[in-house]
Design a protein around this ligand. Structure first.
Ligand code: SF4
Ligand code: SF4
Length: 288
């Protein structure tokens, strides 16, 4: 089972929920940080890193001596990353998505594969569990290509170790967030019951519900704000899987990089129940 922990906005407690679940998950698990623009799961899980690789994207390199300026590559590229104007051909590596289409259509074989560095992928262990993280290169604009490579590495790790994975997804509802949850079996939406939290939660529901995956909410800082979020969940038949109280001790633990499931027996119980609720959602969907 792959569980994606997502949120409509940053700062809702998504990573702390991911870390707490990872720390007490029954059976083998890989904790994955797919928030590659700002990974911080490692600050809570304190992994021992055992491997790393630099991730690259294949980009076109044009041999102008061979190019006939036919324009086939430019017509095909939907990202405007290669352009032919008369007897001038230009490539824009930062806009290239690495699909390889231009290499395939070039009739003169004038395009060869080059590389653009995307960032780093690191992996290791966090206690008895596995750990995997992507970190986007500073200045790199697109995170989905690196996320795809992290997910490919996850597939390999799961094939070796078996078990489950829990993904800390990027916040928001744009392309990287969808990319992070698209292969998951269950989506856990972390939110807070403030007006801002509620607004972003509705956007997240609108973005993720059409994916037709089992979806549940975790209300962090419960006790703040209004009851609107609870009403919304009732209306949409969206189960509330757990509530984490608004509590100074939790905020302090978070600020110190502690796993909040470990600060009190009550919170540990909350996360054990959350794990059971997530498994229940996955089983329900499997039998539907
Ligand atoms: S590899 Fe794909 S995205 Fe990149 S320039 Fe070629 S066609 Fe465009
Ligand atoms: S498809 Fe090949 S030959 Fe045609 S313009 Fe592009 S690089 Fe040149």
């Amino acid at each position: 089972m792959i569980v994606a922990v997502a949120s409509g906005k940053g700062g809702t407690g998504k990573t702390t929920v991911t870390a707490s679940l990872a720390s007490l998950w029954e059976g083998p698990l890989i904790g994955v940080d797919l928030d590659v623009e700002e990974p911080n799961l490692h600050l809570f899980l304190h992994p021992i890193l055992t491997g790393e690789e630099t991730a690259h994207l294949t980009i076109p390199v044009v041999d102008e001596a061979t190019c006939t300026y036919c324009g086939a590559c430019s017509e095909l590229c939907q990202f405007k990353a290669i352009s032919v104007m008369g007897r001038l051909i230009l490539t824009f590596p930062e806009m290239c998505h690495g699909c390889g289409g231009c290499l395939a259509v070039c009739p003169e074989k004038a395009i060869t594969p080059g590389q653009r560095e995307l960032g780093e992928i690191t992996w290791g262990t966090a206690g008895r569990q596995g750990f995997l993280m992507g970190r986007l290169r500073l200045g790199e604009a697109m995170s989905p290509p690196l996320m795809r490579l992290v997910k490919a590495r996850l597939e390999q790790m799961l094939a070796q170790s078996g078990g489950d994975a829990i993904i800390d997804a990027p916040p928001g509802v744009s392309c990287p967030a969808i990319n992070a949850v698209i292969d998951s079996d269950v989506i856990v939406l972390v939110t807070e019951p403030t007006p801002f939290g509620f607004y972003d939660f509705q956007l997240a529901w609108e973005a993720f519900a059409p994916l037709n995956k089992p979806l549940g909410a975790v209300i962090n800082r419960a006790g703040l704000g209004t009851g609107a979020i609870y009403e919304f969940c009732r209306e949409k038949h969206l189960p509330i899987l757990a509530e984490i109280p608004y509590d100074r001790a939790i905020a302090e633990a978070y600020a110190r990089g502690r796993i909040i499931a470990q600060i009190s027996p009550e919170l540990q119980g909350t996360f054990v129940s959350l794990m059971a609720a997530i498994r229940g959602l996955a089983q329900e969907a499997a039998h539907a």
